[in-house]
Design a protein around this ligand. Structure first.
Ligand code: AVI
Length: 307
C-alpha cells in the first residue's frame, strides 16, 4: 500500500472524515492551482511579489556575505524568486541556489529559468522530501538562508507547523537564517473570497482530489454528488475547505466501503493566517530568533527573517 492509499483510507475512515491537502497537486491539480494564482480574489501571490519587488534590496543587505547558499523548500518553477535572487546576487560574491521540490520536472523548469535569468549564481536542484534532501548538503561549510515562501506553512495543521519549524531550527547552524513567507490575518471577507471564488476554480481544485482518488485508487466517487465549501474564522485565523456530500451515498475505494450521510463533510485543507503574536509564539516555541519582517503596502502578506 502506498502513502496516498494509506492516507486516503485512514482519513476517510475517521469519524470526521478528512483528506490531506498535499494530494491536491497531481498534474491537473497543479494546473488548476495556477488558475487560482491568477484569480483576482486570490491576493496572496501579488502581495508576496510586491514584497519581493520592493524589499529584496533591504533583505539582501541583511544577508550580505562573501559566500551564501540559498535553500528553497518547495521551490516550484522558480518564477517568483528570479528578482530576489538577482538582487541578492549583487550582495554576495558566490551565491548557490538549491531549489528543493518533490517534482523533478518542475525543478528542470526552475533550473532553466534561473540559469537564463540570473546568470551570476550557481544552481543545484535537489529532488525529494525536504528534510531528507537537506542531509545531502549538510556538510557544506557555507552560511545559508533557508527559504519557505508562498504561505505553504499555512497548509500544515497547527501542531505540524511547530514540528516543521523545530526541524528547520535543528537544521540551522550558527550564522544561518530562515526566511518564511506567511499570509496575514486581514478583513475576513477578503480571505473568505480568496477561498470561495465565484468562478468555481477553487471548487474544481478541491473536487479534483476525488477524481484523483477515482483514477489512482480505483474508487467510484460520483464527483458531481459533492460540493466545495470554505470557511474562515477571524479569531483562530484558519481558512478551512470542505467537500460536502449532497446525498446519502456509498463510495468504494480498493474494496473498502465508505458511507456518507447527506451534508456530511470531508475536511480537505486548512490555510492558516497569522498575526505577529502567533508568529512570535511559534518562533519562541521552536527556538527560532525573530530578526525582522517585511510586508506589502496593504499588510496582506509578510516575509519574516529568523536567525
Ligand atoms: C499552496 N497554498 C499556500 C494555497 C493556500 O492558499 O492555502 C493552496 C490553496 N488552496 C486553495 N486555494 C489555494
Amino acid at each position: 500500500m502506498n502513502d496516498f492509499e494509506n492516507d486516503v483510507l485512514e482519513g476517510l475512515g475517521r469519524k470526521i472524515k478528512s483528506l490531506p491537502s498535499k494530494y491536491f497537486y497531481d498534474s491537473e491539480g497543479s494546473r488548476i492551482f495556477q488558475e487560482i494564482m491568477d484569480m483576482p480574489e486570490y491576493y496572496l501571490p501579488r502581495a508576496e511579489m510586491e514584497i519581493i519587488h520592493n524589499q529584496s534590496e533591504q533583505i539582501s543587505q541583511k544577508l550580505r556575505q562573501q559566500e551564501l547558499d540559498v535553500i528553497e523548500l518547495g521551490a516550484g518553477d522558480g518564477r517568483k524568486m528570479v528578482h530576489f535572487l538577482r538582487v541578492l546576487s549583487r550582495h554576495v560574491r558566490s551565491l548557490t541556489y538549491f531549489p528543493l521540490d518533490i517534482s523533478e520536472s518542475i525543478l528542470r523548469e526552475n533550473e532553466k529559468l534561473i540559469k537564463g535569468q540570473v546568470p551570476d549564481i550557481q544552481i543545484s536542484p535537489l529532488v525529494g522530501d525536504y528534510f531528507q534532501t537537506l542531509q545531502q548538503i549538510r556538510e557544506r561549510e557555507i552560511p545559508r538562508v533557508i527559504l519557505f515562501a508562498g504561505s505553504n506553512i499555512g497548509n500544515f495543521p497547527d501542531s505540524r507547523a511547530l514540528v516543521f519549524l523545530e526541524m528547520v531550527k535543528r537544521e540551522m547552524k550558527s550564522g544561518d537564517c530562515f526566511l518564511l513567507g506567511v499570509d496575514l490575518k486581514k478583513h475576513p471577507k477578503m480571505i473568505w473570497d480568496a477561498y470561495s471564488d465565484p468562478h468555481g476554480i477553487t471548487a474544481r481544485f478541491n473536487l479534483n482530489l476525488l477524481k484523483r482518488i477515482n483514477r489512482e485508487l480505483d474508487a467510484d466517487f460520483e464527483v458531481s454528488a459533492f460540493d466545495h465549501f470554505a470557511t474562515y474564522h477571524p479569531l483562530t485565523g484558519a481558512a478551512e475547505s470542505f467537500l460536502v456530500s449532497l446525498k446519502k451515498q456509498k463510495v468504494n475505494i480498493r474494496g473498502k466501503e465508505f458511507e456518507f450521510q447527506p451534508n456530511e463533510v470531508i475536511q480537505t485543507e486548512i490555510s492558516q493566517k497569522y498575526d505577529e503574536e502567533k508568529l512570535m509564539e511559534l518562533a519562541q516555541s521552536s527556538g527560532l530568533t525573530w530578526d525582522s519582517s517585511y510586508s506589502d503596502s496593504q499588510s496582506l502578506f509578510s516575509w519574516v527573517l529568523f536567525k
